[in-house]
Design a protein around this ligand. Sequence first.
Ligand code: TTP
Ligand code: MG
Length: 376
Amino acid sequence: MTDNRKIIHLDMDAFFAAIEQRDKPELRGKPIIVAGPSSRRGVVSTCSYEARVFGVHSAMPTKTAERLCPQGIFIPGNMAHYQAVSREIREIMYSFTPIVESASIDEAYLDVTHHLLHYRSATAVARALQRQIFEKLHLTASVGVSYNKFLAKIASDWRKPCGLTVIRPENAERFLEQLPIEKFFGIGRVTAARLQKIGVRTGKDLKQFSREALELQFGKFGLAYYDIVRGIDHREVETNYERKSYGREITFPVDLIEKNAKEFYLDQLSSKVAMLLQKSNLCGRTVTVKVRFENFETVSRSLTLPRGIKDGLEIYQIARLLLNRTEAMVRPVRLLGVALSNFPAPETESGAEQLELDLFPEDQFSTSERPILGRE
Ligand code: TTP
Ligand code: MG
């Protein structure tokens, strides 16, 4: 499977603490620590960047945080509120693409391979997303752009807060070679220590091991390490499109081979989705088609229209166009899905420009000291 996808990973900066500082101006610029009470052996959920300079971090006992940062402002936190903000962020992401996978309360993957909208590149989409979140919610996010989830996640973590990092295919291996072993997502602290013990400090060291040797040492995780150090990660961005869209899919008991049969089921699915939309009196602007092949490889294609639709035939016509952009007509098909999303008026990028100078200074994106990272 070739990997020419465009994946964005977004992670909010100091999420709970940033919300507190946004909502209470008197907390801005101060070391804020969101934590359970130390009297009940509480731990730190997160803290503002002002508190991080004292060595405070997530999961640290509140007692330790009090010792390291006695001037810290300790806040119990309000989970329901943070969840509501998380939903608002998701809404913004959905206005860019329906292919959004929420990985936690403050992070998500987006597959924008076929959703560049009017933007020049995935990097431009990522930047617009970052700006819209700031404009609408007054919170900052760090984003990473690459061709798979693993690299996009590493990229978003590379520069925080407010970072935008791109790892291009041609730079990935070199980037991974210099990466300290503990930075590899999926390599936990215990494994990192085990690797360091046998002299593995960076990706380059890890690369010296054969598949077999890694499997012997670490079982199936070893196989995953073998791939990720080479920049290989085929995991899909798993959309949960039922939640944000109206969709139907069918898994066939026997793989579909015939073109007519594929068209027939696509038509059936389109009509079913149309019925769902009509019942809810909704028109969707984005049509998404999902195909799973006989080897479980799953792809989706989407198209965003200038206006919403809800008519079965119209949906079918777009869905067929999208299906033709996959290999579905020439390969056995195990599953087909059709979904409509993007119901409210689309978001625009208007007004985002004025923030560029103060919030995202150009040197934020400068890669001069790290020439292996790309930039658009
Ligand atoms: P993170 O994204 O790990 O942390 P963060 O957003 O606060 O800071 P960063 O800028 O480094 O991304 O986690 C998101 C939120 O999840 C965080 O604000 C609080 C919560 N959280 C916990 O409650 N306990 C934990 O141990 C961690 C890691 C996070
Ligand atoms: Mg975060």
